[in-house]
Design a protein around this ligand. Structure first.
Ligand code: XMP
Length: 517
């Protein structure tokens, strides 16, 4: 295991993903609680992340001294290098030449970190982002690579297995970064590449059995990857003591309910309740056009529908489920570094159908708590979920309700469903689905004049949206070529009654958001 001490870098999670891609399990702890995490995890290696501070700032974070006294290898990246150098007796000065972006380092000495990757006196591209730089080595250290502005761009104390790099080896822009990181965890720390989703599957199943005993578990399926993978995994662990509930709020895409029910009930034989709550939701939403009001209504009804189904399941004579399964992922669990007083947890409140666990008074089973999204997809493949399901774009809980600005009617939803299905079909045919983070149609509450055949039309406008993103927090519009957009627009206008104009959204996030509401 590897412990990553987070000093608040934007890319700390990338370090963790790179380490795991090297087949080694790791966890992230904010610097404030790093000492406790070190004691709890007993890691075989430590990585110190970058961070926004200067080591000379008042109250700038430090690494717990215990990390340096434990005899485990330590790799400091950027701020992590500087803090290590300073704490071990070196000096750090504000860099006269700040370096941001692409840079080159020259290898000055052979090092275990470079073995088989970088050779003496050769130059290699790296990604830099720093103001300060190490200017005086701590005792026992030597320079192993230098850049134009950072003569101590990489330093090492080979005997104690301490390494510091000024550049960011976790980003793609440092092409050899993954290999250097692999050297650190495999060759220097001696860790084996045994973190695979195959191994995780077995451990997770054992852990679920230990936790649940002979109890029963209730799992809400959303149609998304996370809850699906959680459900299949739990079913492998406890069989039919799992019951899934799929709340159909009538705001799903074309064919979605059939797909989910077919896959889970028929293919996996998982007990599944398909709650047909379309009328309930659509009645409550009638005439509501405020986006937050829509979310509140949907969230409330979701919880009450789920609760009602849970009661029915509890009354089936097999004992009430005492566990609720959730597809919580590692990024939701990581404590974030906070410089303004203790650690804080960031919660995207409107992104979850909140309140369920608190209200239901059930114990939680969260088998994906340790995984990143790409690992969940890998685990899904491992569990035999169809590739198309594993690669699905994210879909918001409130569904089409927030893609139908203004009031929602069953007619408008039907138009939107048709247009959305054609758009996604064209995207898949063009082989672009996997290059896009999310793509969907929005039905605008605006009617415009058109001419079809010899007649005048007065119908709705359909907006198309497609974005690229890594985490949904920032996004860029997808640069389709015009021929593609023309094709999609023509098909939608010809095939969907009720739409006579199509527009493409070229807004990035920020300043826009991905969804229109
Ligand atoms: P925005 O529109 O905030 O979306 O840029 C970022 C990501 O979150 C999804 N999203 C939601 N997911 N409930 C959800 O479960 C919501 O109310 C909600 N609003 C936005 C959106 O689809 C995108 O992936």
């Amino acid at each position: 295991k590897v412990l990553i001490v987070d000093f608040g870098s934007q890319v700390t999670q990338l370090i963790a993903r790179r380490v795991r891609e090297a087949g080694v399990y790791c966890e992230i702890a904010p610097f404030q609680s790093a000492e406790a995490a070190f004691a709890a995890l007993t890691p075989k290696a430590v990585i110190l992340s970058g961070g926004p501070n200067s080591v000379h700032d008042e109250g700038a974070p430090r690494a717990p001294d215990a990390l340096f006294d434990a005899g485990v290898p330590v790799l400091g990246i950027c701020y992590g290098e500087q803090v290590m150098a300073l704490q071990l007796g070196g000096k750090v000065a504000p860099g006269r030449h700040r370096e941001f972006g692409r840079a080159e380092v020259e290898v000055r000495a052979a090092s275990a970190l470079f073995e088989g990757v970088w050779t003496l006196a050769a130059r290699y591209p790296v990604w830099m982002s720093h103001g300060d730089a190490v200017t005086e080595l701590p005792p026992g250290f030597s320079v192993i690579a230098a850049s134009a502005s950072a003569p101590m761009a990489a330093i090492a104390n080979e005997a104690r297995r301490f390494y510091g790099v000024q550049f960011h080896l976790e980003v793609m822009h440092t092409p050899d970064g993954a290999k250097l990181l692999s050297n650190f965890v495999h060759k220097i720390a001696g860790l084996r590449a045994d973190w695979t989703m195959g191994a995780f599957r077995g451990e997770a199943i054992a852990a679920i059995r230990r936790k649940v005993g002979d109890g029963r578990v209730l799992c809400g399926l959303s149609g998304g990857v996370d809850s699906a993978v959680a459900a299949v995994l739990i079913h492998e662990a406890i069989g039919d003591r799992l019951t899934c509930v799929f709340v159909d709020h009538g705001l799903l895409r074309l064919g979605e309910a059939e797909e989910v029910v077919g896959l889970f009930r028929d293919h996996y034989n998982i007990p599944l309740v398909h709650a047909q709550a379309q009328a309930l939701f659509l009645d409550a939403l009638a005439g509501v056009s405020d986006p937050e009001e829509k979310r509140k209504i949907i969230g409330r009804l979701f919880v009450s529908t789920f609760e009602a189904e849970a009661k029915k399941i509890a009354a089936d004579g097999r004992g009430a489920p005492e566990f609720l399964a959730q597809g919580t992922l590692y990024p939701d669990v990581i404590e974030s570094v906070s410089f303004s007083g203790g650690p804080s947890v960031t919660i995207k409140s409107h992104h979850n159908v909140g309140g369920l666990p608190e209200r239901m008074n059930m114990k939680l089973v969260e088998p994906l708590r340790e995984l990143f999204k790409d690992e969940v997809r890998e685990l899904g493949r491992e569990l035999g979920l169809p590739e198309a399901f594993v690669r699905r774009h994210p879909f918001p809980g409130p569904g089409l309700a927030i893609r139908c600005p203004g009031g929602i009617t069953p007619e408008k939803l039907e138009i939107l469903r048709q247009a959305d299905a054609i758009y996604l079909d064209e995207i898949k045919k063009a082989g672009l689905y996997d290059d896009i983070w999310q793509a969907f149609a929005v039905l605008l509450p605006v009617q415009t004049v058109g001419v079809m055949g010899d007649g005048r039309t007065y119908e709705f406008v359909c907006a198309l949206r497609a974005v690229t993103s890594v985490d949904g927090m920032t996004a860029d519009f997808f640069p389709f070529d015009m021929a593609f957009l023309g094709r999609a627009a023509t098909r939608i206008i010809n095939e969907v009654k009720g739409v006579n104009r199509v527009v493409y959204d070229v807004t990035s996030k920020p300043p826009g958001t991905i969804e229109w509401e």
